[in-house]
Design a protein around this ligand. Structure first.
Ligand SMILES: [Zn+2]
Ligand SMILES: [Zn+2]
Length: 383
């Protein structure tokens, strides 16, 4: 029983650390312990590590680490792309080596061997499309079309020039310091893809997330079916109930079945848990981005709106307090008060006014067929 609790605790901690590391900076986790863990993993722990290196080895070794950090995080490089290919290839290799011998089995037919190769190949193609296709680079030739396609909302975006590219900055674009170029409808710079996610490659990025979620789920289901097939083939339930006299109920058999699976098929168990954790993370990541796509908001804009609304609320609160102080100074001292009247200290609501949101269907279409690939972009209507 202690082993099961230890495994459950290990699983919870693994999920918490992975979710905090990958998603802790999302607006929904603001102010929570997930954000604090994310900050510790991504900045705090490294800061303490650098201080430790400086004290023990001196400032020259510390500067060496800073140069490695600069190359790894602030310059374009294929490190994470290679890590992705390593994880994908490595996981597939371990699954093939350890589990293909059970195919065909009771619940899994031969076709799944070939289907898995096809599924992984499609995943790699989506990865290459996202990584190496143009994310929507803004240059002197297309900047005027981008400015026509994305009007300034005068809230998040106002007319200005990119100080690096020396060209006007279309609304929704951002200069990426790593790629060193302006990207239309900038979402974020993705280290895993070694490129920006922008107007033209968001569709491939979304397909990549959805496909990898499905691959992980598919892998986990096949592994569970392989284990179920082994239980049946080896008559484990029969042996446990008839030879060992264990009561034939779920609660009595469950710990013994888990024990047998951990002894006989620990590789498949570890792989299944790994695939389920990754598929949950991918589902969360895909869901978050799908919700942004359906409301025609980019990740960059989600942060910008958060900052804008927080600032707007503070301004409103300050104005409400000033009005209340003025009002109290002038208010008549009558006893009858309207109970439905708003408290003078209540501020006006700060609301998101996204001018780019044109309804779910047109927003989704804008991802699938980017504005810059439409006829109206190349031949804009004369005003
Ligand atoms: Zn620029
Ligand atoms: Zn970039």
């Amino acid at each position: 029983m202690a082993l099961q609790w230890a495994l459950a605790l290990h699983g919870v901690i693994t999920v918490l650390v992975l979710v905090s590391f990958l998603c802790g900076h999302w607006p929904i986790f603001e102010g929570t312990f997930v954000e604090r863990i994310h900050h510790f993993i991504t900045a705090g722990a490294y800061h303490y590590f650098l201080r430790f290196v400086e004290i023990v080895f001196g400032p020259r070794v510390r500067n060496c680490f800073l140069r490695i950090e600069y190359y790894s995080c602030d310059r374009p490089n294929p490190i994470l792309q290679l890590v992705y290919l390593g994880i994908l290839g490595g996981t597939y290799y371990i699954i093939a080596r350890s589990s293909f011998r059970y195919i065909p089995g009771v619940y899994v037919n031969e076709m799944n061997k070939y289907a898995s190769i096809l599924a992984v190949s499609v995943g790699v193609i989506l990865f290459l499309l996202t990584s190496f296709s143009d994310p929507g680079t803004v240059n002197s030739k297309n900047v005027s079309q981008y400015i026509s396609a994305y009007p300034y909302d005068n809230i998040l975006y106002v007319e200005k020039e990119c100080p690096t590219c020396k060209i006007p900055k279309p609304a929704r674009s951002k200069h990426c310091g790593i790629c060193d170029r302006c990207i239309a409808r900038f979402d974020h710079h993705c280290g895993w893809m070694n490129t920006c996610i922008g107007e033209k490659n968001t569709r491939y990025f979304m397909a990549f997330l959805l496909w990898h979620f499905l691959i992980c789920l598919y892998g986990a289901i096949i592994l569970v079916l392989i284990l179920a097939g082994q239980l049946k083939e080896r008559k484990i339930i029969f042996i446990l109930t008839v030879y060992y006299g264990i009561e034939k109920s779920f609660y009595s058999l469950f710990p013994h079945v888990v024990q047998w699976l951990l002894d006989a098929h620990n590789t498949q168990i570890v792989l299944t848990v790994f695939l389920i954790v990754i598929s949950l993370l991918l589902a969360g990541f895909f869901g978050y981005h799908a919700q942004l796509c359906f409301t025609n908001t980019t990740t960059n804009e989600a942060f910008k709106w958060q900052e804008y609304l927080s600032w707007r609320r503070k301004v409103n609160e300050a104005q409400a307090i000033i009005r209340a102080v003025d009002g109290e100074a002038k208010a008549p001292t009558g006893k009858c008060r309207n109970p439905f009247r708003r408290s003078p200290f209540q501020s006006d609501l700060a609301v998101k006014n996204n001018v780019y949101d044109r309804g779910i269907f047109r927003n989704a279409l804008e991802i699938l067929v980017p504005l810059s690939e439409r006829r109206s972009f190349i031949h804009p209507k004369a005003c």
